[in-house]
Every structure is written in structure tokens, then in C-alpha cells.
Ligand binder design. Structure first.
Ligand code: LLP
Length: 418
């Protein structure tokens, strides 16, 4: 569900014509729909209505501070994986008391920063990390709230690069060893055990892996409670998939139903870390056709957005619908839609039936709101794209397009070498 639609043959984001923005700020740019974002947050939140919960939006999906602010105003917390994401979340007004910190490689500086900010809890991913948090908290005269991030060894049936809950993945601690980790944590002076966390993967389109993981965690939870360890927070991670092409992921409501059928949610506050399901379909990448060409009978549409702007097709072979901003004749062609980067892997779509666009036409790469801008780079010294947030008729520039000077502003030529 989204608020991108055609009106008189022109693509709109809510009540704003997309071509109008392209004329004003140039291309490529990301455009996000406030109504879509809000709708998705509410649907997720309503699915767990009347339950004690915190929806910790996975900031990595889209961390523009305006997006974070919208979510904060709806009541969201944040799941962060770096000091940078903590900084952004706090700047955007997300209360530290709703921030959980995941990730296998938290540095001492980042741990200190998170303790200073007094975040809700650390999702701890190794014994050494647990010790580091204990030591740092001790040196600051603080007590760190922790959950062990458990790896339940469940196949999420998703792309291997975004699976996290299998035993061969680097994430979490082996569920079989988790009780020993909790015992260790109990002995430490500067940590307080408050929860269990788990995230098994991303873009999950089936419900069974979530339920399998939860059943294993429930068994662990019961064991810990038997030892007198109070699990205040049960963090079930993110991972709910969206429709890019023809996937039929479970709705938040059916996801909630299944979860609540396994777990007694009256005893613990549930934490969720949704990313993609909130922002994925709320964003589109708009790009202009630079040239069309044919090589040995194969058609290419060369656009001004490349893998530096949206890496998902190259990196995961992922599918994004590509729609014309002006409907045109309705004629179609089969072509590769490629960017300007000097890599064969630089494409947005391959052998795809798309509108028969001409030089200068605009295309919209749909469902790019999650892991689009956040995974973009300056490769080939290309400035990163602008970002726009639309609410009704109003469009707000929420990130300027990077200029040439931005590319080099942190670089220095040492005097000694010239
Ligand atoms: N929590 C943790 C600990 C995570 O590692 C992730 C995603 C999430 C929550 C949010 O998952 P979501 O609800 O968005 O599925 N770049 C990839 C996705 C990588 C996801 C990494 N972790 C992509 O473009 O598909």
C-alpha cells in the first residue's frame, strides 16, 4: 500500500506531481511519502494494540533525520547499529529510553556514547562484548542494561546476504550457549539483564521462521525465569518483508496474531525492530533517461542513477518495479536499465519490460525507501542524491544533493608531497 499513483497520465506522490520536483531540483532524487510512512507505522502499531510494546524502527533502513522525526512523532523508538545512528536518532528527537543497540562490532567509544545517552538496552552479541560493556560501564559508574541477542539457528528463507539467524551467520550467540552467557552476566557488577533479543533476517515473506525462532526463545526464556532472571523485554527484531514484485508477505496483523499465539505478552514488553516494512514502499528513486542505445541487438536505457545511488539490484539481484513518470503511448520495450558507473554490475533492472522511454524521460524506481539512500555511496565520485519528503501538496527538501566541493571537503593534500 502506498500513495504513489497516476493522475491524468502523470505519476504523483500524494498530491505532488513528481515531474514538477524533477524540474525544480534535477535528478536523481529519492522521494518519500509521509502518508505512506505514517500508514505503515500505524498498521504495525495497531497490530499490537493494547500490548506493552516499543517499536524500535531499524534506523539502518533509512536514517534521514526527517524520516526519524516523523517516526518519533508517531511514538517510535530506534534500533541502532552504530554511534552514527545513535547520534541521528537523538538529533531527530527519539528518546534514549526507546533505543536498543544491536550489532556484532560495537566499539568502546560507541559503548561509552550509548551509556552516556542512557539508551534502553544493548543487544549483546558475544561474551567479549559483554565484558567490554561491563568494564566501560564500571569505569563510568553506570550500570548497563543488556539483552543477549540469541541466534536460534532458524532458516529465514530469504536471500543469503540478508539472513542473520542461521548458525553459520556472524550474528548473535548460539542459543544453546545462551544460558551460560546469562549466568556470566549475572555475575557482573555493572550490567543488568533486562531482556532477550533475536533477529533472524530481512525480507521474510513467510511466517513460519518467525514462529520457529520464537518457540526456541520462549523455551530459553522459561529456563531463565526458572533461575530467577526477569526478562522485562523480549525483542523480536525486524524482518517482515514487503511486496517488490509479486511477493505476498504476511500482514503485520497476521504476524501479530501468530506471535501472540505463542507468547504470553502480559509478562513482558515486546520490542520490534521493523525497518523495510515501514519505509520500503514509502520511497521511490526518480531518475532521468540520459541515452538509449542498442548493442548487438540488445537494448539499453542509460539513466542518471547508478549502483552508487541504489545498490540493491546489483548486490542482491533484487527487483524494483520501474515505472514511467509520464505514461506516454503505453508501448513497451525489453531493455537493461543501467547507470553511468563504470561497472558491468551497474544496473537497476535487466531484460525488463518497461515503458518505451526516450531520451530525457523520467523513470521511477519503486519501493526504494528502505536500504536505498542509506546504502548509497560516492563511487565514481558521484555526489549522493537529494531526498524529498512529500506531505499532501507540499514537498520538503530533506537532504540537498551533494556538490563537487562536498566530495573533497574532508580530504587534505599533505604539504610534504608537493
Ligand atoms: N534488526 C536488526 C538487528 C537488523 O540487523 C535488521 C536488518 C533489522 C532489525 C531490520 O530488518 P528489516 O525489518 O528492515 O527487514 N540491505 C539489505 C537489508 C539488510 C538488513 C540488515 N538488518 C537490503 O537492502 O535488503
Amino acid at each position: 500500500m502506498d500513495f504513489f499513483h497516476y493522475k491524468n497520465g502523470k505519476l504523483f506522490c500524494e498530491d505532488k506531481g513528481i515531474a514538477e520536483i524533477a524540474e525544480l531540483i534535477g535528478t536523481p532524487f529519492y522521494i518519500y511519502s509521509h502518508a505512506t510512512l505514517t500508514h505503515h507505522y500505524r498498521v504495525f502499531s495497531d497490530a499490537f494494540k493494547d500490548k506493552a510494546k516499543i517499536i524500535c524502527y531499524a534506523a539502518k533502513a533509512n536514517s534521514n533525520i526527517a524520516i526519524l522525526r516523523v517516526l518519533a512523532s508517531l511514538g517510535a523508538g530506534a534500533d541502532i547499529v552504530s554511534g552514527g545512528e545513535l547520534f541521528r536518532s537523538l538529533e531527530a528527537g527519539i528518546p534514549a529510553s526507546k533505543i536498543v543497540y544491536s550489532g556484532v562490532g560495537k566499539t568502546p567509544t560507541e559503548i561509552e556514547y550509548a551509556l552516556q545517552a542512557d539508551i534502553l538496552m544493548f543487544n549483546v552479541e558475544s561474551l567479549q562484548e559483554l565484558d567490554a560493556i561491563n568494564t566501560i560501564a564500571g569505569s563510568m559508574g553506570k550500570v548497563a542494561r543488556v539483552a543477549m541477542r540469541v541466534n536460534p539457528d532458524v532458516d529465514p528463507q530469504t536471500h543469503p546476504k540478508i539472513s542473520t539467524g542461521l548458525k553459520e551467520n556472524k550474528f548473535g550467540v548460539d542459543i544453546k550457549e545462551a544460558p551460560a552467557y546469562y549466568q556470566r552476566a549475572q555475575q557482573l557488577d555493572n550490567v543488568e539483564i533486562v531482556g532477550i533479543s533475536c533477529h533472524i533476517g530481512s525480507q521474510l515473506t513467510k511466517i513460519a521462521p518467525f514462529v520457529d525462532a520464537l518457540k526456541r526463545i520462549k523455551a530459553l526464556m522459561e529456563k531463565l525465569e526458572g533461575w530467577g532472571i526477569d526478562i522485562k523485554y523480549l525483542d523480536l527484531g525486524g524482518g517482515l518483508g514487503i511486496t517488490y514484485k509479486d511477493e505476498e508477505p504476511p500482514s503485520p496483523a497476521s504476524y501479530a496474531r501468530e506471535i501472540l499465539s505463542v507468547i504470553d505478552s502480559s509478562k513482558t514488553t515486546l520490542i520490534f525492530e521493523p525497518g523495510r516494512v515501514l519505509v520500503g514502499n514509502a520511497g521511490v528513486l526518480v531518475t532521468r533517461v540520459l541515452y538509449t542505445k542498442e548493442n548487438h541487438g540488445k537494448k539499453f536505457v542509460v539513466v542518471d542513477a547508478g549502483m552508487n545511488d541504489l545498490i540493491r539490484p546489483s548486490f542482491y539481484e533484487s527487483y524494483h518495479k520501474i515505472q514511467p513518470v509520464y505514461v506516454g503511448t503505453g508501448k513497451t520495450v525489453v531493455a537493461d536499465v543501467v547507470g553511468p558507473i563504470c561497472e558491468t554490475g551497474d544496473y537497476l533492472a535487466r531484460q525488463r519490460e518497461i515503458a518505451d522511454v526516450q531520451q530525457g524521460d523520467l523513470l521511477a524506481v519503486m519501493s526504494s525507501g528502505a536500504y536505498g539512500f542509506t546504502m548509497s555511496s560516492n563511487y565514481n565520485s558521484r555526489g549522493r542524491a537529494a531526498e524529498v519528503l512529500v506531505a499532501g501538496k507540499k514537498a520538503h527538501l530533506i537532504r540537498k544533493r551533494e556538490k563537487y566541493q562536498d566530495l573533497i571537503k574532508l580530504e587534505r593534500i599533505p604539504k610534504q608531497i608537493v
